[in-house]
Design a protein around this ligand. Structure first.
Ligand SMILES: [Zn+2]
Length: 224
């Protein structure tokens, strides 16, 4: 479990700047958090990534109580909090408004499993929430946790995306995969009818990626 170390705070700021650099977040439209022993540490409300310093990050308990910080936590705190409560395997979360995934969120449809990296990194479908009007934070948190289920990526209707990982690095990687899958969904959909990856292969690829990928055991399966 992470402590709220200076290193973790720096890692979160670097992740925010990276998301902005990639165009996944513009201004204050996005937020990043990590699980810590006190609960979670999250980016603050209404501070853009370029101005962010370590002391701006806010430590919040899993019950939603602010424990440390001079700023207000992100207004999307409830999205992060409810995911950490319902998914003990999640160690970090990033919420972005990346272009293709956000565009697809306006269809309010599930992105089915269409490519291998989606099976491996996201672990399944990328489902979409029902629309929740801005300001209904608790309702939004419930909707996102429900849409996410056991997957590592979800769309927030007419709003953006949420991506998770065991670590911050993995959560940011998942963001990139979710956006890439959304791009491929748009491109493939423009060319014809999608053929999906069968569920049994989604499950086995996810297992392989989590437990065997690149290991000697994986090679043994390959050559047997
Ligand atoms: Zn947002």
């Amino acid at each position: 479990m992470n402590a709220c170390s200076e290193d973790l705070r720096k890692e979160i700021i670097v992740a925010c700047l990276r998301l902005e650099e990639m165009g996944y977040v513009i201004g204050t439209y996005g937020n990043v958090s990590a699980r810590v022993k006190e609960g979670l540490i999250i980016t603050p409300s209404r501070i853009d990534d370029q101005s962010l310093v370590a002391e701006d990050l806010v430590v919040v308990s899993l019950e939603g109580k602010v424990l440390e910080g001079r700023r207000l936590p992100s207004s999307e705190l409830e999205v992060h909090r409810q995911i950490y409560v319902s998914r003990p395997d999640v160690g970090a979360i990033a919420h972005t408004h990346s272009l293709f995934a956000t565009a697809l969120s306006c269809l309010q449809e599930t992105i089915p499993v269409i490519v291998e990296e989606q099976s491996q990194v996201v672990g399944g479908e990328i489902r979409c929430t029902r629309y929740v009007p801005a300001g209904q934070h608790r309702n939004l948190g419930e909707e996102v946790a429900r849409a996410l289920g056991q997957s590592n990526g979800a769309l927030i209707a007419n709003h953006g995306t949420v991506s998770c990982g065991r670590t911050l690095e993995e959560a940011i990687f998942t963001c990139r995969i979710v956006e890439r899958v959304a791009q491929m969904r748009v491109l493939a959909g423009a060319c014809g009818k999608l053929t999906l990856i069968p569920q049994e292969h989604v499950t086995s690829e996810r297992e392989r990626w989590l437990h065997k990928y690149g290991s000697a055991a994986d090679r043994a399966v390959e050559t047997s």
